[in-house]
Design a protein around this ligand. Structure first.
Ligand code: ATR
Length: 263
């Protein structure tokens, strides 16, 4: 059995085991591959990862709060993971731990069209925002970054590109990505973020990376105004599909994975 897992803290609500195990079953690979969730606190993370290859694991996904630590524990890093400063995918091979980041690709594949030349507003300056800014600037979007703590936005832009803004103006943006954690605990995005309910319209795409606390209030309002909306589960499925391809070399069954994520 080739074992895979997602490591996080907490991890009980992760949709990744369902996404991957349903994909294995759909492809008749379930006798050979398995995917589980492992809760591991930050102070045990490196030790846990180093033990995995000896236990039959060939790879892992890594989620909050371990994506930075995953990069540090690895022996080899892809250029993307190094530049973003975080890894969400580990590959155990030949006694080596390889680090990869599929979050950026997951976002790009979830977008309905290329962001090249588009004005984009990224909210947040944490680990999730870094992958978003990296992806959008690479694709040629004109990126503005707002963060509650302005210094972090300035620091992120100095490293990855984009322009830090303190007071983003309504209607200026064709693409808006919420990569803060606002909404995760039911917070109101219109209270916490520099967004107004009358901002949205047909020409926009709005992405909310937060999922899990019912429907996204942000996407509800944006969608009602005619914007194209992309939710965090779609991005999760796309990054998972990219990781799946890396580990197995097999084309991931996207529709099956999407249904499993939403079941
Ligand atoms: P992740 O790795 O998931 O991005 P993180 O690094 O802890 O997590 O980043 C969380 C992001 O959400 C940050 O941009 C944070 O803003 P600060 O840098 O000011 O802390 C943002 N965030 C969290 N709660 C927020 C709130 N109530 N209002 C606005 N932004 C918030």
């Amino acid at each position: 059995m080739r074992r895979l897992a997602v490591l996080g803290f907490p991890i009980e609500f992760s949709r990744s085991p369902a996404i991957h195990n349903t994909a294995f079953a759909a492809l008749g690979m379930e006798g050979e591959w398995s995917y589980e969730a492992i809760e591991v606190p930050p102070d045990r993370f490196a030790e846990r990862v180093r033990a995995m290859q000896g236990e039959g694991f060939v790879g892992a996904n890594v989620t909050v709060p371990h994506k930075g630590a995953a990069l540090l524990v690895s022996d080899r890093r892809s250029g993307v993971a190094r530049e973003i400063g975080a890894a969400n995918t580990l590959i155990f091979e030949d006694d080596e731990i390889r680090a990869e980041n599929t979050d950026a690709r997951g976002l790009m594949e979830a977008l309905p069209e290329s962001p090249a030349g588009r004005r984009a507003l990224v909210l947040g300056a944490g680990g999730a925002a870094r992958a978003v800014v990296w992806a959008l600037t690479r694709e040629g979007a004109e990126v503005s970054v707002w963060n509650r703590t302005g210094d972090r936005a300035a620091q992120l832009c100095a490293e990855l590109g984009g322009e830090a803004v303190s007071d983003p103006a309504a209607g200026d943006y064709e693409l808006i990505v919420n990569s803060t954690s606002v909404g995760l605990r039911g917070e109101d995005p219109f209270d916490e973020l520099p967004l107004s309910r009358d901002w949205f319209g047909f020409s926009q795409t709005v992405v909310d990376l937060v999922y899990g606390h019912g429907d996204s209030k942000l996407l509800g309002v944006a969608g009602e105004a005619g914007a194209t909306v992309v939710d965090g589960l779609e991005v999760l499925v796309r990054q998972g599909a990219a990781s799946f391809r890396i580990w197995t070399g097999v084309d991931p069954p996207l529709d099956v994975m999407r249904d499993a994520a939403r079941a």
